[in-house]
Design a protein around this ligand. Sequence first.
Ligand code: HEC
Ligand code: HEC
Ligand code: HEC
Ligand code: HEC
Ligand code: HEC
Ligand code: HEC
Ligand code: HEC
Length: 409
Amino acid sequence: MNKRLLYVSLLIISCIIIFSQCIHKQPGEDNKDLRGEQFAGSAACMGCHKRIYDSYLSTGHYKTSGPASQALIKGSFVNPHNVFSYGNGTKVVMEARDSGLFQVAYGDSVLQELHRFDISVGSGRKAQTFLSWRNGKYFQLPLSYFIPAHSWANSPGFPPSYPKFDRVIPSTCFGCHSSAVGIKSVSMEGLQLSEEFEKNQLVYGIDCERCHGPAAEHVAFHTTHPQEKAAMHITKIGGLKKQQQLDMCALCHSGLGTPQKPAFEFKPGDALSDYFFPDFTRPERAAEVDVHGKQYQLFTASKCFIKSDKMTCSSCHDPHNNERNRLQAFSQRCMSCHQPEGPAFCKMTSLPAAVLSKNCIDCHMPALPSRNITMLTEGQTSPTPDSMRTHLITVYREETKAFMAALKK
Ligand code: HEC
Ligand code: HEC
Ligand code: HEC
Ligand code: HEC
Ligand code: HEC
Ligand code: HEC
Ligand code: HEC
């Protein structure tokens, strides 16, 4: 049997095993957390962790999915900004009707298909894409909103010549962009895995318990023991081993591996290798890894990581805070190890330390184009790649030149 077919069959079989163990709940059973009684829901954390809760609301994690609404969707529903033409008399118009928001396909001005925006995926840092509910399945809509171009664009990987409305979305998508999704059944349709979802059963965003694990017992204990100042019935992340801390983030920031268990069951302290078959990317080939979604592989291939003992994603990122574009603050974190007076400081001696210190990032973690995520806006013949910060921290000569040129201006 050919290798690829064998691989695909194994993938499908492991998916069936996994999803047959997935959350089963009848709609309307209760209004408690979809994930069961061990979960309290983020709103329950607000009372005692107000500062963290409030800043968390500004993060990409919190905003990464939600019920589609005009307030949430960044793209325009107003003519002429709401039209995407395929160039052959076919167009899709984003329409706000009394009954909801729709992507409506017209061929020579005759309405051909009409599909509702139900779920919005992506916080809108870079892009948003939209899912439509139909008979137990979610379908990705043909048009996404692409922030760098401020425009509607053909969804990544969609055909450029006509609007495709039948791209089925698998639960793995929710595994990285939500905190739970209700799955009704899993079956085979030919060689394809077919999942049926429960309507409106979703915990949107990456919530507190997606990272911290079930916390109902923690909430109950501290509610009845307000004098207790030490955290009880919750995993102390600072007390975990380095690899365990990295795995917490790698669950969603190392790409989609071949699953062994549903990603939703992951709790802090678990080993990623119990959830996905290992990825065999070798550190010396890191330069070939796509910048999209693979921060773990790139960061762990960097000398900073390899040559220091305790580095994790938290060495630079505060998981409860939106620190986007605060390059000087990030540079301060570099300088906790690379002090200006020390031997490990920047070797770029043509610039004074005071200038270097403001922005280590653009030269050593430049934004590079993704090969996998590209968007075609109206009238373009070749798609524009989305750019992302590479996490392979090293010397980039070309980007340094660009930085120097910008500095001179
Ligand atoms: C009734 C009060 C209360 C509620 C509600 C509460 N916590 Fe806590 N939590 C505490 C106290 C007290 C501590 C210990 C002091 C501290 O770290 O703030 C704590 C600590 C923590 C810690 C740090 C553990 C450590 O030491 O590293 C985490 C994580 C945590 N809580 C998560 C949550 C989550 C998630 C929720 C919501 C599902 C939540 N808490 C709701 C009282 C509460
Ligand atoms: C993306 C994953 C993620 C999410 C979402 C998240 N946390 Fe955390 N949290 C962490 C990590 C990682 C640490 C340890 C940080 C460190 O090592 O400095 C942490 C630490 C904590 C701590 C103890 C340290 C501190 O800063 O006081 C508390 C309390 C806490 N989180 C509560 C919450 C609450 C409440 C929410 C939801 C409003 C939440 N977290 C959402 C990953 C997350
Ligand atoms: C359950 C999946 C999941 C986990 C676990 C997770 N992330 Fe994320 N993370 C995402 C997704 C999805 C996005 C993209 C959010 C968006 O903008 O729509 C993201 C975005 C981010 C961003 C960019 C956010 C911004 O607002 O600019 C950072 C930084 C980040 N994650 C760090 C972490 C770190 C550190 C951890 C571990 C403590 C972690 N993530 C754990 C899924 C996850
Ligand atoms: C293995 C985890 C994973 C899976 C599966 C996944 N994503 Fe993502 N996605 C991410 C992470 C992490 C980011 C942000 C960081 C990056 O792009 O490197 C992201 C970014 C995005 C963004 C851009 C958000 C923004 O504004 O920056 C969109 C839109 C998106 N994903 C949609 C989807 C859709 C739709 C699916 C399912 C078909 C999907 N993703 C599957 C992890 C995942
Ligand atoms: C926890 C400490 C630590 C932090 C934080 C840190 N580094 Fe490093 N970094 C190191 C160590 C250790 C080395 C290896 C030095 C050696 O080879 O002697 C290194 C190496 C490097 C190198 C050389 C890489 C190569 O391929 O030759 C660059 C460039 C660098 N760091 C930049 C940065 C930048 C930029 C940041 C912040 C975004 C940063 N570092 C944060 C510890 C750190
Ligand atoms: C040495 C510091 C450092 C470490 C360690 C680090 N990051 Fe980052 N990360 C950055 C900087 C700097 C940015 C760019 C922030 C910006 O441009 O606003 C960034 C951006 C990101 C983004 C958004 C990328 C984009 O362009 O959209 C994600 C996602 C992310 N980091 C995830 C992670 C994860 C997951 C880990 C651990 C595997 C990690 N980071 C470790 C410094 C770091
Ligand atoms: C203008 C771009 C630029 C900025 C800004 C910059 N660097 Fe560099 N850095 C370079 C270049 C180029 C080299 C290689 C110099 C050489 O070998 O000729 C380098 C070398 C280094 C090295 C040594 C790598 C080795 O080969 O051992 C480290 C560590 C480093 N930089 C860290 C930093 C830190 C930390 C900051 C912020 C405080 C920073 N750099 C800011 C461009 C820059």
